[in-house]
Write a new protein. Structure first.
Length: 342
């Protein structure tokens, strides 16, 4: 199981973006120094009260920081909002400058504001994503591609430079409900599991996904990735105190956007709210507790965790302390146990 870090690129609007970016680079350099396997970022637009670093631009800049030692992944690109030809070109270039280590995770998106801002009918998001995945796959592995689809048409197209990975970088699809899990199994190389599901819900989703692969005559997916909330501190009390205000605000926003499966009882103290939310769902606590939580994900069949260790508004000192503890105590222990058969 690979262990990567998901970088928070969403910040309160009154925070200086230049300082936020400098802090991001400081985090990335520590992540690289500690030997994590990958860096990940996500995408949203028009987020009231926050600014959000553009995903693909951020990835291009971060490629220079990885020195070819870490995978770069998107979790996720909201593919229906984008032209897949341009996304294929940018993704191929990212693969080149990262030394052949790019992974493209895509998803449908669910916020009407984003679709309205991009001039895309939200009712077309499923068909747009399916067609977009097909176009990217072909442009990454073929030359002189002709495509006559519902949304895009072109003839004899060849992108350059092509990606380094052969036959191409992996394409992963984020999915949570049964229909989308089956679609992801059939048209992509891997699955991005969401952060909000419990262990039991993730098992159920995984079974649906694997069965759909088998029913389609496809081999088991090589890439089973999960966005996973992690707050690591010397003890559970400290971890909850550091993370609670920021994780809860993030999940309150998710709830307002229509995310499934999350309920918050605001009558409880923040630490108590987070403890209930995290139970059987996140890895929050001491290094020993987080290690056990990560191993539980491994036993589910997750083979690449993209751990979100910071949330909008969190203090840089707390973020760095959490990364340091993960890298020094959790990362080597998880690797040892995975290699030993977990």
């Amino acid at each position: 199981m690979k262990l990567g870090i998901y970088l928070n690129s969403q910040h309160p609007y009154d925070r200086d973006p230049a300082r936020c970016w400098a802090e991001t680079l400081e985090q990335v350099r520590l992540i690289r120094k500690l030997g994590f396997d990958s860096l990940w970022g996500g995408e949203h637009h028009i987020t009231p009260g926050f600014h959000y670093f553009p995903l693909m631009s951020m990835m291009q800049r971060l490629a220079a920081e990885t020195e070819g030692t870490m995978n770069l992944g998107t979790n996720i690109v909201l593919l229906p909002l984008h032209n897949p030809v341009e996304m294929a070109e940018i993704g191929a270039f990212l693969d080149v400058i990262s030394g052949g280590k790019f992974m493209l995770g895509v998803g449908l998106g669910y916020r009407p504001e984003e679709f309205q801002a991009f001039g895309v009918n939200i009712k077309q998001r499923v068909s747009r994503m399916a067609e977009g995945v097909e176009i990217i796959r072909r442009l990454w592995s073929e030359t002189n591609v002709t495509h006559k689809g519902r949304y895009w048409q072109f003839e004899n197209a060849t992108i350059g430079p092509p990606p380094l990975q052969k036959p191409r970088p992996p394409i992963l699809i984020a999915a949570q409900v049964e229909e989308s899990l089956k679609r992801a199994a059939q048209i992509a190389d891997g699955w991005c599991a969401v952060s909000s599901t419990t262990l039991e819900e993730t098992v159920k989703d995984s079974e649906i996904y694997k069965k759909a692969r088998a029913d389609a005559g496809l081999p088991p997916a090589e890439h089973i990735v999960r966005l996973y909330e992690v707050a690591c501190a010397p003890d559970e009390e400290t971890a909850l105190r550091r993370a609670a205000p920021f994780v809860l605000e993030k999940y309150a926003a998710y709830t307002s956007w229509g995310l499934l499966g999350v309920n918050l009882n605001k009558s409880d103290a923040p630490e108590a709210q987070l403890k209930k939310l995290a139970a059987n769902r996140f890895g929050i606590g001491s290094p020993a507790h987080v290690t056990e939580a990560l191993m539980a994900q491994h036993r589910l069949g997750i083979n690449h965790l993209t751990m979100r260790v910071s949330w909008p508004g969190m203090k840089q000192d707390d973020i760095l302390a959490g990364i340091e503890l993960l890298g020094r105590e959790v990362l080597p222990e998880v690797r040892r146990r995975v290699e030993a058969g977990g």
